[in-house]
Design a protein around this ligand. Structure first.
Ligand code: PEP
Length: 281
């Protein structure tokens, strides 16, 4: 996936009629964690109404605390895929934490006859889970959104992408999601969107930003530090090709990361602002 000097090869890839490249822009808005069919449908309906073709929906959640909600896993896949089919939305960024999840997703897709498509996500905690990367690389049905590891060098994270490619899957999007710092202040993670142009120069991968997990709070604090929306603008102006962003119809009831989820009524303005930033770039 590395870009060599004078490399003229196409960046990115096509998947089920949609191009994911280094010059266009997609928003992957959706639920960090699937909670119930009503919220999934509300989200997909709103995205469809605003011309969106992709969403994020987390079924398998890798949680730091074993007592936290771990995601509905396989049990929610059927209704997620049925609703995705109904609203013609691709489920981008379905994070998996174990290779057996690939089979579960395949099975649910077959059962529901969903024609829209799924993209797998490797989360930041698994960027160096080499056996998982190899297993995901061996299947070529689903493209992959790979998160940067939060405590390793950029080069080490780019090598993780090569693990996918050397096993046969080079349909990979690289996602910046912030780096760990001591204390997590002022943001949940240190926003690393200045690396957008760096990754685009070094590789042929489209680059996604995840302002939600980088900043960790939809509100700006009183000193006016970056909030999710401002961080998004920063990343898109830097040339990001995708924005992975948490929304929720009722963030106060979200089972995972409610404080960073944008409100559904903010969606139209958010999409408009992101488009303006993309045009500025
Ligand atoms: C997520 O996208 O839901 C997630 C857990 O992200 P990360 O791996 O970046 O923490």
């Amino acid at each position: 996936l590395g870009r060599h000097k004078d490399d003229q090869r196409q960046t990115g890839f096509d998947y089920n009629g949609v191009h994911f490249g280094q010059s266009n822009l997609h928003v992957f808005a959706g639920l960090c964690a699937v909670d119930n069919p009503t919220n999934v449908e509300t989200m997909m309906k709103a995205l469809h109404a605003h011309g969106q073709r992709c969403t994020r929906m987390g079924a398998y959640k890798p949680r730091t605390n074993p007592y936290s909600f771990q995601g509905h896993g396989q049990s929610c896949l059927h209704y997620v895929f049925e609703l995705a089919g109904k609203y013609d939305i691709k489920v981008i960024a379905m994070e998996i934490t174990h290779e057996s999840h690939i089979e579960e997703i395949n099975f649910a897709l077959e059962e529901t006859g969903n024609p829209t498509g799924v993209m797998l996500q490797v989360g930041t905690r698994n960027t160096q889970n080499f056996e998982l990367l190899k297993a995901i690389g061996r299947q070529s049905r689903f493209p992959v959104l790979l998160k940067r590891g939060f405590g390793i060098t950029l080069n080490e994270s780019l090598n993780a992408a090569e693990y996918l490619a050397t096993e046969g899957n080079s349909n990979v999007i690289f996602c910046l999601r912030g780096m760990k710092t001591s204390g997590g202040n002022p943001h949940r993670n240190m926003v690393d969107f200045a690396h957008v142009p760096v990754v685009k120069r070094l590789t042929r991968m489209p680059v996604c930003i995840d302002p939600s997990h980088s900043v960790g709070n939809r509100e700006s604090d009183p000193s006016g530090l970056l909030d999710v929306v401002n961080a998004t603008a920063q990343g898109v102006i830097a040339g990001a090709n995708m924005v992975l962003v948490d929304f929720h119809p009722h963030p106060e009831e979200a089972l995972v990361d409610g404080p960073q989820a944008l409100l559904l009524e903010e969606l139209p303005k958010f999409l408009e602002d992101v488009q303006l930033c993309h045009e500025t770039y």
